[in-house]
Ligand binder design. Sequence first.
Ligand code: S3P
Length: 170
Amino acid sequence: MSQKNIVFIGFMGSGKTLVSKELEKILGRKRVSTDDLIEAKEGKSITDIFAEHGEEYFRACEKQAVEEVSGKSDLIIDCGGGIVLDPSNIDKLRQNGIIIHLSITADSVLENTRGTTNRPLLNVPDPRAKVQELLDQRRPLYETADYSVVSDNKTIPQLAKDILEVIENV
Ligand code: S3P
């Protein structure tokens, strides 16, 4: 019997990618990432897509990636942090998926993303102000998830364990 997708949403640096890879191993389910799908289709990095075509174009690619994965089943889906900006993305993903939000504070985001340069929205002179602004803007959107799991200050195995508890009770 096919199972609903497990869909991770949450801010950049909340651990979606690492924990979805951990769960891929534990559950033996295939993992897909909307960012990876976009990069493969466009043949360039997210950074280059933003630089060459802008955010609006990237969001259209993201919407297409959602169309592609939301009709499938048995997947673990790692969504880019801005997927919630278009609520229809979440509606589609929910049709055959459980939406799990990994919640995180601005301090932890800054800590987890320090030294990385692959997130164009954070490549700004004042990343702290940007993270806070985007977190404030997106909080109500992330809160539309079916479940929320706190990601701060947890190792990936601990976070995976907490997520498994949520999934087991679904
Ligand atoms: C974005 C998050 C990124 C990536 C892009 C935009 C966002 O993915 O999709 O840089 O708007 O939050 P991660 O959340 O996997 O870093």
